[in-house]
Design a protein around this ligand. Structure first.
Ligand code: SF4
Length: 412
């Protein structure tokens, strides 16, 4: 395989308020630390960039937390540090996650001008009661306003994130949410089932019986409805929880496919950054708690903002660290071939249409898929969770998409 392009993930761990279901590495009430945090990010980018050698970056993703809490000049300084440390491809996808309640026309205009060309709004629901239960700081009118502001600022690649399977959510309210979302014409939609995470208020309330548990059958019905409804509205279901519009502009289509030997996509508004994860291709990580995968390492950074800033205050003291580790790295694992194969299966099988191709697997690992996983694949096909798309491509069946964990556990 030719040397693939690399991606960059930047974690912004600040939120105005912690939502009741969220277990991401994010903190409320620490916005005073943002300037020092941005400087630490720049230090980390420079440190890793000096050890990276020639590397083409084709996607950058600012995730969180709430990246939109940063000011436009702060984004600008991070992007300048990235561009001076690495080589960007001409068509690089640069995404930002934004909370609809934290944007302004001025900020979106400025960040669009600085080169950010994809925006992802955390909407979650169009239903007022559901948004209140999730403790979101926005209502749906704010979402409508945010989408319109983003369009005016020139964002023509826009994602809306949803959550389904909420306690007391009905199929009818989910259908209304989907209709309202489609009416906003986003290029991309993500829909994830609610998971009750240990240590969150939702997790605690549910363990005390105070929160009516989401009904798994109803959640499955909601997922199946989304599959049919979004397809009928022109969205291609390309990953278990992700849908994208087709784009007939040929240039974009080629760009979406140019990263690797994998020829898989019908849609050009697929999230190229997330495809990097699903293809098990390299990405660098910057920021508190960020995870990366490059140069044979899986690694992650210190979680707490204060620790992260302290570790990046004197990077020269860590000059012997190998690429891509940084003074903020607290966990590192040198991947074995078995790790890489297993993760390849877990990630690539998420691609609902493309699945896993024997030829790609062989190109990557110099072994046949059926030589490495003969029994696993045979069992999954027999149990109706995996299907043979063509003579060499395996992908999840409709049932496999609902029971993904039963499939993935076979390859762990
Ligand atoms: S805005 Fe997003 S990252 Fe922040 S607490 Fe809520 S769900 Fe978590």
């Amino acid at each position: 395989m030719t040397n693939p392009n690399t991606s960059i993930y930047i974690h912004i761990p600040f939120c105005k308020h912690r939502c009741a279901y969220c277990d991401f590495n994010t903190y409320a009430g620490q916005e005073d630390s943002i300037p020092a945090y941005v400087q630490a990010l720049i230090n980390e980018i420079e440190f890793v960039g000096q050890r990276a050698g020639q590397m083409n970056i084709h996607t950058v993703f600012f995730g969180g937390g709430t990246p939109s809490l940063l000011s436009a000049p702060q984004f600008d300084s991070i992007l300048r540090a990235l561009r001076s440390a690495f080589t960007f491809t001409a068509d690089a996808e640069i995404s930002i996650e934004a909370n609809p309640g934290t944007i302004s026309p001025e900020k979106l205009n400025a960040i669009r001008k600085s080169g950010i060309n994809r925006i992802s709004f955390g909407v979650q629901s169009a239903n007022t009661e559901e948004l209140r239960m999730l403790e979101r700081i926005h209502d749906f009118f704010t979402v409508i306003e945010a989408v319109s502001t983003a369009r005016k600022a020139g964002f023509d690649n826009l994602n809306l994130d949803l959550i389904y399977g909420l306690p007391e959510q009905t199929l009818a309210s989910w259908q209304t949410t989907l209709q309202r979302i489609v009416d906003l014409h986003p290029e991309h939609i993500s829909a994830y089932a609610l998971t009750l995470e240990h240590g969150t208020p939702f997790g605690r309330w549910s363990s005390k019986g105070l929160l009516p548990l989401p009904d798994p059958d109803l959640a499955a019905e909601m997922y199946e409805y989304a599959e049919d409804f979004l397809e009928a509205n022109g969205y291609v279901h390309y990953e278990i929880s992700n849908w994208a519009k087709k784009d007939n502009a040929e240039g974009r289509m080629q760009n979406a496919e140019s990263n690797s030997s994998f020829i898989i996509h019908h849609s050009s508004f697929v999230c190229r950054h997330n495809l990097q994860y699903w293809h098990s291709l390299p990405y660098l990580a910057f920021g508190a708690g960020a995870h990366g995968y490059a140069n044979g390492y899986r690694y992650s950074n210190a979680l707490r903002i204060k620790t992260y800033i302290e570790r990046l205050s004197l990077p020269s003291a860590f000059s012997l660290l190998p690429f891509p580790l940084s003074p903020a790295t607290v966990n590192q694992h040198k991947q074995t071939l078995k790790d890489d194969m297993s993760e390849y299966m877990l990630n690539n099988l998420r691609l609902t249409n493309a699945g896993v191709a024997e030829s790609d697997f062989r190109l990557r690992f110099r072994s046949g898929l059926l030589d490495v996983y003969p029994k696993e694949i045979e069992d999954l096909v027999k149990n109706g969770l995996l299907e043979i798309k063509t003579s060499e491509v395996y992908r999840l069946t409709k049932r496999g998409r609902l029971l993904g964990n039963q499939v993935f556990v076979k390859f762990v």
